[in-house]
Design a protein around this ligand. Structure first.
Ligand code: COA
Length: 296
């Protein structure tokens, strides 16, 4: 399906699914990128051969969408299956950045992914990449790996909710709700002790609302074994802590940094004795789990 978008400067972009025939035009887009965009997109300078390989469109294990002005491809978004995750990458020509093209491409890519049974996309982003992080945070990110070596790894959902936790690894899932992308040392300690840790920056950031408050569900929250609610006591976050208390009080292990320090230390010292609640089978229709509170 073809879609058109006209920006305030009256440029009309066609946003559509890519076909293998678009590869040369995508290569043209990559070749014309500034050094800074190349760094943000590929983390390194690529040889001509590597660029050509990168421009090839994913055949079986991914999908791509493009934004065109006339015959020129000025933006491209793709996801590719990589180590069990659908990893996304986005590229907009330097002279078309900041016009909403990236936002439109990502919206289209998420719809394409959802239509192909993919419920979440993973992004590894340079921490200095404000436009990309802005774009992702407006959708709602689950931080999978905190800023490390200049990269941050996040998941986004392909629908209006938060992404889930992916396949059950058997490790205890700890959801930390805390403002900001940085990780508290107590959270890092649990990650290092082998817990499956995700951080949600909560509502309010980039105008995001909380899906559990606005839409009544959040996979991160529903599928967690333990929750630390460290969000500020402000208007945006009002109601979240109460919801935890009302629905799953036994999972809520900390409501302040002080409590979190203690809880994390005690969990990290005996990870094998940690609580897990029984999760019902993953529903293939929604990609979410049913939720049975039963603490062992
Ligand atoms: C990242 C990128 C894809 C974003 O595409 P875009 O078309 O410029 O993005 P949009 O115009 O849709 O804007 C996205 C957000 O970034 C903000 N933004 C745009 N340009 C910005 C800039 N120069 N500095 C800070 N923020 C900026 C927008 O205001 C918007 O924020 P909002 O959601 O809070 O309103 C594009 O800049 C790009 O191709 N960069 C180089 C390659 C790259 O970094 N790829 C991502 C690798 S994972």
């Amino acid at each position: 399906m073809r879609e058109f978008m006209t920006t305030v400067n009256s440029t009309t972009y066609e946003v559509r699914e890519a076909t293998p025939a678009d590869a040369p035009a995508v290569l043209g887009l990559y070749r014309a990128l500034s050094d800074s965009s190349v760094n943000l997109r590929f983390s390194t300078h690529l040889s001509e051969n590597d660029l050509a390989r990168a421009a090839d469109l994913p055949a079986e294990h991914g999908r791509a969408v493009v934004a065109c002005v006339g015959n020129r491809v000025v933006g491209e978004a793709r996801y590719v299956l990589w180590e069990g995750e659908h990893e996304l990458a986005l590229t907009v020509a330097d002279d078309h950045q900041g016009q909403g093209v990236g936002t439109a491409l990502l919206a289209r890519l998420r719809r394409t992914a959802a239509a192909n049974g993919v419920s979440s996309l993973r992004a590894v982003v340079r921490t200095e990449n404000a436009p990309m992080l802005g774009l992702l945070e407006r959708i709602g990110v689950s931080i999978v790996r905190p800023p490390e070596g200049g990269d941050i790894t996040v998941d986004i959902a392909c629908d209006d909710y938060m992404p889930g936790w992916g396949p059950d690894t058997g490790r205890t899932r700890v959801l930390v709700e805390a403002r900001g992308r940085a990780e508290h040392p107590s959270t890092t300690a649990l990650r290092k002790a082998g817990f499956d840790v995700r951080q949600c920056t909560g509502p309010g950031r980039r105008g995001r609302v909380c899906p559990v408050l606005a839409l009544g569900r959040c996979r991160l929250f529903e599928e967690a074994d333990l929750v630390a609610c460290l969000l500020p006591d402000d208007e945006d976050c009002a109601g979240i802590e109460d919801l935890h208390v009302k629905t799953h009080p036994a999972r809520l292990v900390a409501r302040s940094l002080e409590e979190w320090r203690d809880a994390s230390a005690s969990l990290a010292s005996s990870p094998t004795a940690t609580l897990r609640h029984e999760r019902a089978e993953v529903s293939s229709a929604t990609g979410t789990t049913g939720d049975v509170e039963h603490l062992a």
